[in-house]
Ligand binder design. Structure first.
Ligand code: NAD
Length: 358
């Protein structure tokens, strides 16, 4: 199979591969769509087993960013970059300087930011060679850590789903959270403050104990989180939590959390629907972080300071969009993620047509 026949490539405007012998950089920048604006999506550094695996990941992630940015109603397209390497042992300033040159070579069609394995300090080195970097600290345009904003979006989404599925507010509702890291930790605090009862798990025992103590929560072992008797299951760890294996164990009526790629596969999405569970599509409910980054890009492009009020307004709009997705899915009796995909594709297609006609 060639790149052009690969299902993951479908719909992409371009894929750029860079190597730099001096620094050892090998990176791929995938630009799925610039129909709504320049493509935006973080940079991931990961020890991929092969260049093919890195390419596949970059393509999947960049398309997901197009959908996420469209659903968050941002004037941004979707893109993503991956650096092949181990972030614990292979990071150097020169590597990220070379990455900055690669981003600059894409000519403003792609804005980068942090993702797994990449920190604001790394991006500072990239910034020496390109303007198109968001997620830096200490500038008047800086948006800061996106996690609290992501958590606020997820919190509003959980509240909405509970209102719709259980016809109640959050008081006394039990939420099981898988993963209490950056986003899950903030989410736990917000839910606790709203009167929800929490059951938490994490593979990091120290973080788990800290968050549980602050939120009066019960703790379970990571392997038992799917069996908790709860109203809401909130996946906030890694992707693939919802599968044909885990679904029969999940007792919640609502699945709503921060993790990317929660559905292990399309069958899991169908099965979830057939079981009558309400699922908040991951890339809709967790769009708060990219909204925050978009606020920084907006400030840079306008030469203004970062505006938290703009971010909050977009976050309100995001919750309204989630409501629209859930409404349409209920009326059409279809899985929520299929409806969300359709709306995202329509928004991207509409923007492309408008651009072509201009
Ligand atoms: P994080 O690394 O800070 O937190 C993830 C937590 O999950 C960690 O505490 C980790 O120990 C725990 N974990 C990992 N595997 C686990 C397992 N099997 N069982 C239980 N716990 C496990 O990451 P984060 O920034 O909080 O992001 C969480 C999820 O949300 C990720 O999927 C991320 O892609 C997604 N997301 C994050 C943001 C953001 O703003 N940070 C935005 C959108 C989406």
């Amino acid at each position: 199979m060639t790149l052009f026949d690969s299902p993951a490539f479908e719909g992409h405007e371009g894929v750029h591969a860079f190597s730099d012998e001096k620094t050892g950089l090998r990176c791929i920048i995938a630009v799925h769509s610039t129909a709504r604006g320049p493509a935006a999506g973080g940079c991931r550094m990961w020890p991929y087993a092969s260049a093919e695996a890195a390419l596949e990941d970059a393509l999947k992630l960049s398309r997901a960013m197009s959908y996420k940015n469209a659903m968050a109603d941002l004037d941004l397209g979707g893109g993503k970059s991956v650096i092949i390497g181990d972030s614990r042992t292979q990071k150097t300033p020169a590597l990220f300087e070379a990455f900055g040159r690669a981003v600059q070579d894409v000519g403003g069609k792609y804005w980068t930011a942090e993702d797994v394995g990449v920190s604001p300090a790394d991006l500072l080195h990239a910034r020496k060679n390109t303007y198109y970097v968001a997620g830096l600290e200490g500038r008047r345009e800086s948006s800061g850590d996106p996690s609290p904003v992501t958590a606020e979006g997820v919190f509003r989404g959980v509240r909405l789903c509970v209102e719709r599925a259980l016809k109640t507010d959050l008081k006394g509702v039990r939420v099981a959270i898988q993963g209490v890291g950056h986003v899950g930790g903030y989410l736990a605090q917000k839910l606790h403050a709203a009167g929800a009862k929490l059951t938490l798990t994490d593979v990091n025992a120290e973080a788990l104990a800290r968050v549980a103590a602050a939120t009066d929560a019960e703790i379970v072992a990571p392997s038992n989180i799917f069996d908790v008797d709860c109203d809401v299951f909130a996946p906030c760890a890694l992707g693939g939590a919802i599968s044909l294996d885990t679904l029969p164990r999940i007792r919640a009526r609502v699945i709503a959390g921060a993790a990317n790629n929660q559905l292990a596969d399309a069958e899991a999405g169908r099965e979830l629907f057939d079981r009558g569970l309400l699922y908040a599509p991951d890339y809709v409910i967790n769009g708060g972080g990219i909204i925050n980054v978009a606020g920084e890009i907006r400030a840079l492009e306008r030469d203004e300071a970062f505006d938290p009020a703009w971010v909050d307004e977009k976050l309100d709009r995001l919750t309204a969009t989630l409501d629209e997705v859930l409404d349409l899915a209920a009326r059409q009796r279809r899985p929520t993620h299929e409806v969300a995909n359709e709306i995202a594709r329509d928004r991207i297609r509409g923007a492309a047509q408008k651009k072509a006609a201009a």
